[in-house]
Each structure stands twice: as C-alpha cells, then as structure tokens.
Design a protein around this ligand. Structure first.
Ligand SMILES: Cc1cc2nc3c(=O)[nH]c(=O)nc-3n(C[C@H](O)[C@H](O)[C@H](O)COP(=O)(O)OP(=O)(O)OC[C@H]3O[C@@H](n4cnc5c(N)ncnc54)[C@H](O)[C@@H]3O)c2cc1C
Length: 437
C-alpha cells in the first residue's frame, strides 16, 4: 500500500505493527505518534539510580508459535528463560501460587471446610452474568468471600456483582499462566494439590535492562527501515471527511495527514461520551540498601482490603542485575480510579504505604533508599456488565483500525497485542480472546 500510515501509540502493539509494515517493504510511509517521551507503553522500564523497574511484573509467555517466533526474531539471543515463582500473601504468610497442599496450613478451618463442601456439591448453578457469578460457579462461595471479592473490590473499585464475567476470564485465568496447571475449578485445584504435576511455567525476559529493551530494539529497527517515531506528542483525536479519516489532531496544534490510522491510544478519546473507562496504576518503585530474604518471589498478590496495594514485584528475581550488587528493590502496584485521583486520595496512599509494607515483612523502613512514585494512566479497561454493548456501538470509519490494549479495550497481554498487530500487518482480521494465545 502507498501513502501514509499513522500509528498512534508506541507500545508493543504499535511498534510491532510499524516494524512489520516497514520490514515487509511495501513502500508506505509509517509514522508513529507517542504521548510519552520514550516508547514501550505499559511495557516501559524506569531506571532509577541504577535500579530497573518495569510497571509491575512483565514477562513474555505465549502458546502462539507465530508470536513466539516473532519475539525471538526481535530479541535474538538477548533473552533469558526464567522459572516462575509467584506467591499470594494469606494469613500472615507468603504462600506459593498456584497453591499446594502444604501452603494451605494456617488458612481458616471454616473456609477450608466450606470450600470442601462447595467442591463436593459441585452444582452448576444459575446463569453467569457477573464476575461474582463466574467465580462462585468455579471456585465456590467460600473462596469467593475469602479472597476474590475483597481483592477485586480493592483492585477495580467496583462491586464484583457489577462486573462482566470477561473480567474473570481475562484476569483469573491468566494468573495461572500455564494451562497445564489446572485451576479452572475447585475440583481441579484440589486435584492439583493432591497430585501436583511438574509443569513448565517458565517465561522469557530480556537479558539486559528491563522489559522495555524489547520495544527499544523494535524502535531502532523501525527507524533503520525509514519509519518515524515522534515522542512526547499526544494525539487528541481524528479528522474525518465523508466517512473516512483524513488525519489525526496533534496536541499543541496541527493535523497530521494520514491515509489510514491505527489507534492504540485509549478508545475513550475517540468516543468521549460512550462511557469507556479505565483504571490507572500508581506504582511505588522502592530502592532498598540491603537484601530482604523474605521477598523470595517474582510477584505476590495481596487480597487484604486494609492494605492499599494489590501486588508487589521483586525485580532481582527476574534478573540479578536489575539492582546494584547487594541492594534490593520492590515495585508496588496500587490501582486507582479517576475518582480517587480527582478526590486527592493518593496522598493518604503515599502516607500509609511504607508502614503497610513493613507489616507484611516486605521491607524494613531503615533500608529504604528512595521511593519513586509514578502514575501510569489507563492500565486496565473496566469491564462493567454493559461493556460489550458499548464496544459493539463504537464502529470506526473504514480506514481507522482500533489496536492494542487501550485502543481495542482489551484486558490483554503483550503476546495478544503482538498477535493482533501481526495479523493487521498482513491485512487480516483478528478476533479478541482472553486466553487461548
Ligand atoms: C501491571 C501490569 C503487568 C503486566 N504484566 C504483563 C506480563 O507479565 N506479561 C504480558 O504479556 N503482559 C503483561 N501486561 C499487559 C501488557 O503490558 C499489555 O498487554 C501490553 O503492554 C499492551 O501493549 P499495547 O501496545 O497494546 O498498549 P500500551 O502499552 O497501552 O500502548 C499504548 C501506547 O499509546 C500511548 N498513548 C496513549 N495515549 C496517547 C495519545 N493520546 N497519543 C499518543 N500516544 C498515546 C501510550 O503512551 C502507549 O505508549 C501487564 C500490564 C500491567 C498493567
């Protein structure tokens, strides 16, 4: 195709598409427009005083052979394979996730007995219309009350009864990572605990820097092949003419003419009245002067509603050289809604965070060398019960294609964004799913 293709957003999706279009050598002009100063989007990395912090845990894993080939074609030899080690904090203890029989010790007897009863009843239940219905149908009411309800309320700021079951399809299934770790019902979870099968739950990670290294390599290929990446400039919307997009409006003024546009910025910018909303994440990147042996996991979930954070990540358990020798670090994720931001709720979060981390043994206050706060906007699309109708009514012009996590309002992973961009680069359609890739 001749003419100019504009790609809004230099995240994994936008860069994969730009890289593929240019490498194919079709002769079109490719311009990527990015709001931030550096590429990567949610797969960015911050280097603070020699400590590397991704935005929460970011690792590559995929069951899609095409995506796997693409990842390796970009990374070359610059990746390491790391066995997964994730945890959940319950009743004052760090426990391996997925749970094993030994990790059940100390959990409330009432909850365990109740879950056993839920499992033995194994009723299929009524229609699954909400996140809460989905979880109760799969894991029983006791486990829902004990963990999922509070965790989800804290994470999303919503009542799980008001959330679409797709939120569970995307978020809960993915927490397991490897389909061979069967945890899709209470019964299979208990079976897995009684007779754990050895499973391959490794993932890839760049061998230098953080996860952003992947996007940095893609960016250099795009530039080498004649593409342009304009950073630090937000796109504000589109200009259309007779049912076609003619260009995008740029922050600071002006229109960038385009023959077609791929849009991976939030879809809410294109449909401001449609009710698309996102959750944001406040990350606290904490540098520690010495090692904390309790942080023996890559990432850990915290369901307790009296803690302001939902997950912590320990970068050195991805790769040792993400911290200076002898030092340690933690990235803490606190999800916040637009209302929390507008109401100034982040000040209280900032005051309470370190004491809360001390109570769970994640750090000793005296070891803290710095806390680097970042507000990462639009980290999760909100799946309320009407979100599918909202998406169906947002029909873009023929030469505007919605792309990526925020553009196609898809609670996805990097491999999904890559798979979608690969399909679009071949001129193919792409169906969203939450898990199979
Ligand atoms: C905490 C967390 C942990 C995760 N962990 C993993 C993991 O372990 N493995 C995994 O595979 N996936 C993980 N993901 C998901 C993964 O980050 C995303 O699926 C992927 O990065 C999405 O890429 P994208 O290009 O589709 O979207 P984005 O990364 O959102 O890219 C969109 C780009 O558009 C830019 N933009 C926004 N507005 C504008 C505008 N107005 N004008 C111009 N540019 C704009 C943004 O700055 C961004 O660069 C995680 C996500 C989060 C939030």
């Amino acid at each position: 195709m001749a003419g100019r293709t504009v790609i809004v957003g230099a995240g994994v999706a936008g860069l994969t598409l730009a890289e593929r279009l240019l490498s194919r050598g079709s002769g079109e002009e490719v311009v990527v427009v990015e709001r931030e100063e550096s590429p990567g989007g949610l797969a960015r990395t911050f280097n603070v005083n020699g400590f590397f912090f991704d935005i929460g845990p970011h690792r590559f894993h995929t069951a899609d052979a095409g995506v796997d080939r693409y990842l390796k074609s970009i990374l070359g030899r610059k990746y390491v394979v790391i066995p997964r080690k994730s945890s959940v904090f319950m009743e004052g203890r760090y426990r391996r996730w997925p749970l094993s029989l030994s990790s059940l010790a100390g959990l409330p007897a009432g909850m365990l007995a109740g879950s056993l009863g839920d499992m033995l009843r194994r009723k299929s239940g009524g229609p699954v219309e909400s996140f809460a219905d989905f979880i109760r149908a799969r894991y029983g009411g006791h486990l829902y009350e004990y963990f999922f309800r509070g965790y989800t309320r804290k994470f999303s700021g919503m009542d799980p009864e008001d959330m679409h079951p797709d939120w569970a399809e995307a978020g809960v299934n993915r927490a397991v990572i490897d389909k061979r770790v069967k945890a899709d019902s209470l019964f299979s979870m208990f079976l897995g605990m009684l007779a754990p099968k050895p499973v391959h739950t490794s993932f890839y990670y760049p061998s230098q820097g953080g996860i952003q290294s992947f996007c940095d390599i893609q960016s250099s290929i795009v530039r080498r092949n004649g593409g342009a990446i304009m950073t630090g400039i937000p796109a504000e919307g589109i200009v259309s003419d007779g049912g076609r997009v003619r260009g995008i409006t740029m922050g600071g003024g002006g229109v960038l003419e385009a023959d077609r546009v791929f849009w991976s910025a939030p879809v809410s910018l294109l449909y401001p009245g449609a009710g698309f909303t996102f959750i944001h994440t406040l990350t606290a990147n904490i540098g520690l002067g010495r090692r904390n042996p309790r942080n023996d996991y890559q990432w850990c979930y915290f369901g307790q509603e009296d803690l302001c954070f939902s997950r912590t990540t320990v970068p050195r358990n991805f790769r040792e050289d993400t911290v200076p020798a002898g030092a340690d670090s933690i990235c803490v994720e606190i999800t916040v809604t637009e209302e929390t931001l507008a109401g100034g709720g982040t000040e209280e979060i900032k005051r309470s965070l370190l004491p809360q981390l001390e109570t769970v043994g994640a750090l000793r206050a005296g070891d803290v060398e710095f806390v680097d706060w970042r507000l990462i906007r639009e980290t999760y699309p909100v799946y309320d019960r009407a979100y599918r109708e909202r998406l169906a009514s947002a029909v873009p012009p023929e030469n505007l294609i919605l792309l990526g996590r925020c553009g196609s309002f898809w609670y996805n992973n990097m491999d999904h964004s890559i798979s979608q961009a690969l399909a679009f680069s071949r001129g193919e359609r792409h169906e969203r799913d939450f898990w199979s890739r």
